[in-house]
Write a protein that binds this ligand. Structure first.
Ligand code: E4P
Length: 219
């Protein structure tokens, strides 16, 4: 299972990269706007930081023809880029065209099993169901992860399931349990998920007990 960082914060990416756990990054217009600066520069910096990682970069154009052109331009920025395109019916023809041209794509804003199936049929690399945004409107967003996993396996599609819009540790756990191929995690959730009070207490206790021995060098 791959872990992506859901951010465009270069400093955080740099920090987490050293853990050896990060397989990629998902940026979006919101993240790039928060990062400030020139978005092209930020994207290139992220691609350079994780040369073997998969970096998602979203289109910002609206009209299908313009989205197509922009997708091609984004893909040319770096070999490790996946173009993020919203799962909207107007874009189906261009997603089909880009898939035939072997442009790597991560289809974003997927909310239902049927939307996911359509994208798998078009042969995209990843579909990103947005778990948290379902929860925001009081619907359990995790269910769609299980449905999509079942659908992909049942029909033998090669599209990867990328759990997105992860709001907390529970979503992270569920993404794992549902068999997602990737989970993209905000830094705050990754921090919470990798912290444990009992681990910290355990380290302190071992340290205190060890010091009772009075030995300075070991082994
Ligand atoms: C995924 O690729 C998106 O960047 C992200 O998960 C969006 O989640 P949000 O609902 O927190 O904006």
């Amino acid at each position: 299972m791959k872990i992506f960082l859901d951010t465009a914060d270069v400093k955080q990416i740099e920090k987490w990269k050293d853990t050896g756990l990060i397989d990629g990054v998902t940026t979006n217009p919101t993240h790039l706007s928060k990062a400030k600066g020139n978005p092209r520069k930020t994207v290139l910096e992220i691609c350079k930081l994780l040369p073997k990682g998969e970096i998602s970069v979203e289109v910002t154009e609206k009209k299908p023809d313009a989205v197509y052109k922009q997708a091609k331009a984004i893909a040319k920025l770096s070999k490790n880029i996946l173009v993020k395109i919203p799962c909207h019916r107007d874009y189906y023809p261009i997603i089909a065209k880009l898939a035939k041209e072997r442009v790597k794509m991560n289809i974003t804003l997927v909310f239902t099993l049927i939307q996911g199936l359509m994208m798998c049929k078009l042969g995209v690399d990843y579909i990103s169901p947005f778990v948290g945004r379902w929860d925001d409107i009081d619907v359990d967003g995790v269910d769609v992860l299980y449905q999509l996993r079942h659908m992909i396996d049942e029909y033998g599609f090669e599209t990867g399931l990328l759990a997105a819009s992860i709001r907390g540790v529970r979503h992270f756990n569920e993404a794992i349990m549902a068999g997602s191929d990737v989970v993209t995690v905000p830094i705050s959730v990754l921090e919470k998920s990798t912290d444990h009070l009992l681990t910290d207490q355990g380290i302190e206790k071992f340290d205190a007990d060890w010091k009772k021995l009075g030995i300075r060098t070991f082994p």
